[in-house]
Each structure stands twice: as structure tokens, then as C-alpha cells.
Design a protein around this ligand. Structure first.
Ligand SMILES: Nc1ncnc2c1ncn2[C@@H]1O[C@H](COP(=O)(O)OP(=O)(O)OP(=O)(O)O)[C@@H](O)[C@H]1O
Length: 243
């Protein structure tokens, strides 16, 4: 990949699910390290970051991260992009914390001993060496989300996609995990309904009905989005939902 090439590149991405056009003509060339995505319920935010993760192939256009065609080169995709979901219970599949963190590392092709070393390193970086053999089901939601974050960070992806991972957590837990995310060396693409979570971001993309409505500096886009949401909130907006 040329040194000045965008880390994330979407070209004319379109996707139809169950006969409904969910993404339509989305273009994105991103070099920024902190990118927010906002938009109303159903505007296509989660679908868009699943496309960037390579979890869904668009039916038109292409998504590349770090030069990798993420939907079609899954082996390399797991090395360049990681994801955190809103509910850690949808992400965690192993009974113990060390098994959970090791899984992604072995998926990347690391040997068992390399993976074990990386698990120990990430646990000790977060002062959680004592968690290694603990059962995941004994943890709180915030602690489970921290396990997911450690698992993603251990894989050292260039891009971490965040699908509202802080929204179900109490304020102190949200603040603490937010600080860990802010300090992450990776590029972050963060879907959030909370404009405060995106303050200080370099770029925000506003999705509306599967298309980019605004794309620019966070302060400008969040102000326009906030004003529009307050206008919509003043109306009987839900009556429009059925179409
Ligand atoms: N697997 C699927 N099959 C059919 N339709 C889907 C599927 N996934 C999403 N959709 C539809 O696509 C649209 C966009 O959904 P998406 O979850 O991407 O929106 P969102 O902006 O993330 O919404 P929210 O803020 O509510 O999480 C919605 O109308 C949703 O019902």
C-alpha cells in the first residue's frame, strides 16, 4: 500500500437486505485517526461498519482497509481490523478470559505459545494478570467489555470499529473504557448516538437512509446533526416510521 493511501477506502458501496436498500453509494477515503459515525435508528450505521469489518460483502462497490479487500480476504482482514459490539455477550464465546483473548490471536495465525505470551502481556498492561483463568460469566458487563477490548488490542489491528460499545455501561465504567479507547494506537471508527463520545474526533460522518448526508470536522457535523435531531424530536416523528 502506498504510504499516503487512505487506511480505509470505500468506493460506491451499496447493499440491499431483504429487498431494502440499506447502503447506497457510500464513498469514503479516511486517513484520520478518530472518525465518528452518527445517524438515526435504521440509517445504516451498524451495517456500514460491518462492511468496513468485512463481515458483510457489499453487493456493489468495494471496502478496503490497509489495502485489504476485507470481505474477500478474511485471513488478512482479521489482522487489520477489529470490532467491539454493543453487547459483549454477543462477542464472547469462550468460558475463560485467557481463552477468549487467545482465540483472535490464533485466528491471526500465531502459535499457541506466541498467543499465550500476548495474552499475558495485554492482561498485565491493564493490571489484570489475576483475571487469566477467571470465568467470563462472573464478570460485570463493563468487565466483559474490557475483556473484549483487551482481546481486540492484543491483535494490534490498524483499525478498531466500535458499534456503541459503551452505551450499556454506567457512567464511571463508560469514562474508564472511553479513556482506554482514546489511548488506543489504532484508528477508531466509532458509531454512537452520544455526541459527547465523539467530542475531539477529527471527522464525523452523518448517515441518513443509507447515504452520507454530511462528512466533515466533528464540531461542524455534530452541531448540524444535533440541531436536526432536536427539530425531529419536537415533532410526532414515530408516526412516520411505517413509511
Ligand atoms: N440482516 C438484515 N436483514 C434485513 N434488514 C436488515 C438487516 N440488518 C439491518 N437491516 C435493516 O437495515 C437498516 C439499517 O440497519 P442498521 O442496523 O445498519 O442501522 P443503524 O443506523 O445501526 O440503526 P440503530 O441506530 O438503530 O442501531 C434497518 O432498516 C434494518 O432494519
Amino acid at each position: 500500500m502506498p504510504p499516503d493511501a487512505p487506511l480505509i477506502e470505500l468506493r460506491d458501496v451499496a447493499l440491499t437486505l431483504d429487498g431494502r436498500r440499506v447502503l447506497d453509494g457510500v464513498d469514503l477515503a479516511a486517513t484520520e485517526r478518530r472518525i465518528g459515525i452518527v445517524g438515526r435508528n435504521g440509517s445504516g450505521k451498524s451495517t456500514l461498519i460491518r462492511v468496513i469489518a468485512g463481515l458483510i460483502a457489499p453487493d456493489r462497490g468495494q471496502a478496503r482497509v490497509g489495502g485489504v479487500d476485507v470481505a474477500h480476504d478474511r485471513k488478512r482482514a482479521v489482522g487489520v481490523v477489529g470490532m467491539l459490539f454493543q453487547n459483549p455477550d454477543h462477542q464472547i464465546i469462550f468460558p475463560t478470559i485467557e481463552e477468549e483473548i487467545a482465540f483472535g490471536l490464533t485466528q491471526q495465525g500465531r502459535s499457541k505459545s506466541e498467543a499465550a505470551r500476548a495474552v499475558a502481556a495485554i492482561l498485565s498492561r491493564f493490571d489484570k494478570a489475576h483475571w487469566a483463568g477467571a470465568a467470563v460469566h462472573t464478570l460485570s458487563q463493563g468487565q466483559k467489555q474490557l475483556v473484549c477490548l483487551m482481546a481486540v488490542l492484543a491483535m494490534e489491528p490498524a483499525v478498531i470499529l466500535l458499534d456503541e460499545p459503551l452505551s450499556g455501561l454506567d457512567i464511571p465504567t463508560r469514562m474508564q473504557l472511553g479513556r482506554y479507547l482514546d489511548a488506543a494506537p489504532a484508528t477508531l471508527v466509532h458509531v454512537s448516538h452520544d455526541p459527547d463520545a465523539l467530542t475531539g474526533y477529527e471527522r464525523v460522518i452523518w448517515l441518513d437512509a443509507g447515504r452520507i448526508k454530511q462528512d466533515g470536522p466533528a464540531a461542524r457535523v455534530l452541531a448540524a446533526y444535533g440541531a436536526e435531531m432536536r427539530r425531529a424530536g419536537g415533532r410526532d416523528d414515530l408516526s412516520d416510521l411505517a413509511g
